[in-house]
Design a protein around this ligand. Structure first.
Ligand code: FAD
Length: 282
């Protein structure tokens, strides 16, 4: 799963030309890896409670605090780090991890069930010095919510792709497997739930395409509360559909669903793990 782009804020107004050149272009074009660090022990769903300090001192920012559950944190070249300035306002700065060798910075893996490719990490910033020019423009919450809107669309696309795969497995198995001298597909109890999930999948794909087109046409909608809420709803529905499709897949495929060959592929936990990405669900 390519998590590289869904964790970097594309709020163009927040980035000046030098920052775009230095950080965004290497991520978009050269395969550099990015992470975005909001969540803390006491700031999960409620990110406004972030406490990490971004102390301004002369031409430096001193970062002090901890972050939790950060996708790609332990492999990132650049991290968008959210925290509080001297006046208490939330802000965001880009950390160049110097290939994870940055002084006074540590990252370790958090082992998760599901989304194991996301390299979810905990990060420690123990008075890490950052150049002040790495500070992004604008209020930290505005930057965060702009990013979350786009991230929710990426998560929805991932979850819908995951759903499609599971429905395909179930459908293909039901068509080909014969029991009681009939194909499983001929039993309503097998066929109906799959058809219902396919209908829901089509509906959510249409919504996804519509939101992406709107955002492409009007990038300023990235800062709209309505769009943030719509994409949040889409993310919840898409990840839950992925989870429900896993259940149908396990049921339809009988014992085979639990063999190593398929169980990992069906990946029950992935979509439910995805539901927690992209910020609060409420
Ligand atoms: C795989 C994975 C990758 C992640 N990647 C990142 C990342 O790259 N960067 C980053 O900053 N964070 C990341 N996170 C953290 C993620 O954003 C948080 O897990 C999420 O915001 C929820 O916070 P929490 O885990 O502390 O749960 P809590 O805040 O403790 O919430 C627990 C449950 O309560 C629900 N809840 C909370 N408030 C309410 C309410 N008002 N009403 C009803 N229910 C509520 C939540 O939806 C959740 O289901 C990641 C998490 C996971 C699992």
């Amino acid at each position: 799963m390519d998590e590289k782009l869904n964790v970097i804020s594309l709020n163009r107004k927040a980035w000046n030309d030098t920052q775009k050149e230095k950080f965004l272009i290497p991520v978009a074009k050269e395969g550099k890896i990015a992470a975005s660090a909001m969540t803390e022990f006491n700031a999960g769903s409620d990110i406004s409670r972030m406490e990490l300090a971004l102390q301004e001192r002369d031409d430096m920012i001193i970062a002090k605090g901890k972050k939790l559950f950060i996708t790609n944190g332990m492999i990132a070249d650049y991290i968008i780090l959210y925290g509080r300035l001297n006046n208490g306002q939330l802000a965001a700065a880009v950390v160049d991890t110097k290939e994870q060798q940055l002084k006074n910075f540590r990252s370790t893996r958090v082992r998760t069930y599901g989304m194991t490719d996301a390299f979810v990490s905990r990060l420690i910033f123990d008075r890490v010095e950052l150049p002040k020019e790495n500070l992004l423009q604008g209020h930290g919450l505005d930057i965060a919510f702009h990013q979350l809107t786009e991230e929710r669309l990426v998560i929805s696309a991932e979850a819908l792709g995951d759903t499609m795969k599971k429905l395909l497995y179930s459908h293909a198995y039901a068509l080909q497997r014969r029991q009681f001298e009939q194909r499983l597909h001929q039993f309503q109890v097998i066929r109906f739930p799959i058809s219902q999930k396919i209908r829901e999948l089509n509906l959510l794909i249409s919504a996804l395409i519509q939101y992406v087109r709107q955002l492409d046409k009007h990038p300023e909608l990235g800062g709209s509360k309505l769009m943030a809420a719509n994409t949040m709803g889409l993310k919840i529905s898409s990840t839950e559909l992925g989870f429900e499709s896993s259940i149908h897949c396990f049921r339809t495929m009988g014992g085979r669903g639990f063999t190593r060959q398929y169980a990992n592929e069906i990946g029950l936990f992935d979509p439910f793990c995805m539901i927690h990405g992209g910020g609060s669900n409420y």
